[in-house]
Design a protein around this ligand. Sequence first.
Ligand code: BF8
Length: 659
Amino acid sequence: MAEVKSIDPAAIEMLEVAQAAGLDTAFDRAERVKPCPIGADGACCKICFMGPCRLVGKTTVGVCGATLATVAARNFARMVAGGASAHSDHGRDLAFTLIAVAKGEGQGYRIRDEAKLYAVAGYMGIPTAGRTTQEIALDVGNKALEQFGQQRGEIIYTRRATQKRQQIWRELGIMPRGVDREVVETLHRTHEGVDLDAEHILDHAMRTSLADGWGGSMLATDLSDVLFGTPTPVQSMANLGVLKDDEVNIIIHGHEPTLSEMIVVASQDPDLIAYAKTKGAKGINLAGICCTSNEILMRHGIPPAGNFLHQELAIITGAVEAMVVDVQCIMQALGDLAKNFHTELITTSRKAKIPGAVHMQFDEHKALDSAREIVRRAIDNYPNRGQTHIPNYTHDLVAGFSHEYLRYMQGGFYRGSFRPLNDAIAAGRIRGLAGVVGCNNARVPQDEGIINLVKQLIANDVLVVVTGCAAHASGKHGFLTPEMMMSAGPGLREVCEAIGIPPVLHLGSCVDNARILTVLTQVATEGGIGEDIDDIPGVGICPEYMCEKAIAIGTYCVASGVYTLFGIGSPVEASEEVTRLISEGWEKKVGGKLEFYKDWNVILEKTLEHIDKKRAALNLAVYDPARFGRSGDVPLAPFFAAPPEERNLYSRKAYAEVK
Ligand code: BF8
C-alpha cells in the first residue's frame, strides 16, 4: 500500500517502518480524515455567526444573501491574504536582522554580499557614495521595513517590472501599496457585508498578492542574499539517506534562514564537534526539511533530508537528535510523534509554539549563542538514541541558480545577459520555460505529479526551474544533475551541454519565486521574445499544492502575466463564475490566468499548448525537435563516466567557507 502514497522509495520504506511500529503519519490521516466537500470547493461561508452557510443543493445564497460567487471569491481572497502574510512576515524579520547587523547588534551575522547591498540600495534610491557598508545597510533595512507598512502610493520594487506591466496594474487599480495595508484591506473587504462583488474582491486579491510577490517576498530574497550571500551552484545530496548513523543528526525545518545560518556555523564549531566526540559521535550532521532546507542548501550545500511529507518520516528513522523548527509547514503531529523517540522537537520562533516541543526562543541579537545552545542540546541527546532505520537513498544534486548567476553563466561577469536563453527560445532549441513549484499534498501520491511533469517537460525541450518542495522532489529523484540533460529533448540538451547546466534549475525556496519574476522580467526586457511576461512562452505549475502561500504565489504570478496551473483541485470549484473570473477574466485583464486540474497529464497538455500558442503569437520558429541534437552526444560520454569530483564543472563550497 505504501507505494501508492509516494513514488519516493525512501518514503515507501519509512511508511512500512511506521506501519510496523504502529505510528501514525499524515499519509494515514489523509486516508482517515476526508476533506469536507463543501469547504474544499469554496462553498462554505463561515465569516459570521448566522452561519456557517453551506451553499449547496437548493441553497444558493447565505442568510445575508451572499451568493456562491461572493462566498468563493471571499474564501479565495482570504487564502491569498494568509499566504502573502506568511511570506512577507518572513521578509520583515530579515529587515529587522539587517538593521541589527548594521547597528553591530546582530551577533554572528555580517553582510556577505556587498554588491547585492549596493544593488538593493540602488533600487531604493539610497545614496552609497562615500558611505560605509553599515550606513547603507541601516538605510536599506529601514527602507525595507517602511515598505511593509506603506500606506499610500506604489511600493518601490514594482518599478522592477516592465513599464507595460506597471501600466496594466495602474489602469486596473491593483498597483500594490505595502503588504500590511493590502492584507488588512482584504480582511476588511471580506468581513461580513463589505465587498460583495466577486470580481471586485478578486481584483483586490491580485493587489494583495502583488504586495507580496513584488514586495515582501522579493525583499525577503534580496535581504537574505545581502546577509547570507547570493547563491551560486553548489553540489549536495538529497533524501533521508543523508542522515548519518554515527553522527549527531540535527534537522532544521521551517522557513526563515536567520536561525539556520547560525546553526550551520555552530555545527562547524571545533569545540562543539569535539564535544560531540566525547558523547561517542563522529561529528555533527546537519540536514534540512522544507524551505529552510532550500536556503541552507543553496548557500552552503547542506543536504535536504526531504520535502514537506518527509518531516514525520525523518523522526521515524530514530536517528534525529533534534528537529529545530521556526515557522510554516510544521505539522503539529511532530510533537506527539517525537515522544516515541529520543528526538527533541525544538521550537524557536516567538510566533510559534507546539505542544510537546521544547521552546528555545531565538534572538537575532544573540544568534550564535542561541544556535550553539541548540546544537549542544542535540549533542547531549545523542547517547539517548535507540534503534535507527535510515533508508539508504540519496541522490546527487546541483542547486543554487540565482537570477544573478543565470545572467553570469550566459556571458560571464562583464557580458552576462539573457541573450543566449532568448536566442535558444526564439530558434526553438528551447521550446519554452516552466516554473514547477510548491508543496507536497498528502491527498495525492507524494512527488508523483511534480516528477512526471518535470520529466515530460524536459523531454519536450522545456527548460524547468524549481523552488520549494518541488525543488526537493526534483533533487530526491535525481533531476537536479547535469546528467539529466541526457533525458532532455535534443534542443534543450544542446543548450545544457553548451552552458554546462542541468535542464532543471534549482532556484531556491518559496519566497524565491520572486527570483522567477525577476528572471522573466529580464527575459522580457532582453528582447526577441516579446515585451512583457505574458508574451513569453512559459507557464507556472504547482502540481501538489496544499497551503495558502501557494495560492498567493499563484495569484501574483498570474497578475504578473503568467499562465499558472495547479494540480490537486480547485478551491473555488463550486462557483463557475469565480472559476471563469480567475481564468478567462484575469487573462483579459493581466494576460495570465489561473486554472486547476487534478490530472498532471492535462497540465502537461495545457502547458505545451500554451507554449506553442505563445510561440506562434511571437512568430517564432515552429517547435520541431528533429532539427536539433546531432552534435555533442558522443563527446559528453567520458564526462559522465568520470567521477563527479573530477568533472570540475561546479565547485563544492567548503563548509569552512561559511565562516
Ligand atoms: O514555502 S512548498 S509545503 S515548505 S509552502 Fe511548505 Fe509548500 Fe513546501 Fe516552503 Ni512552500
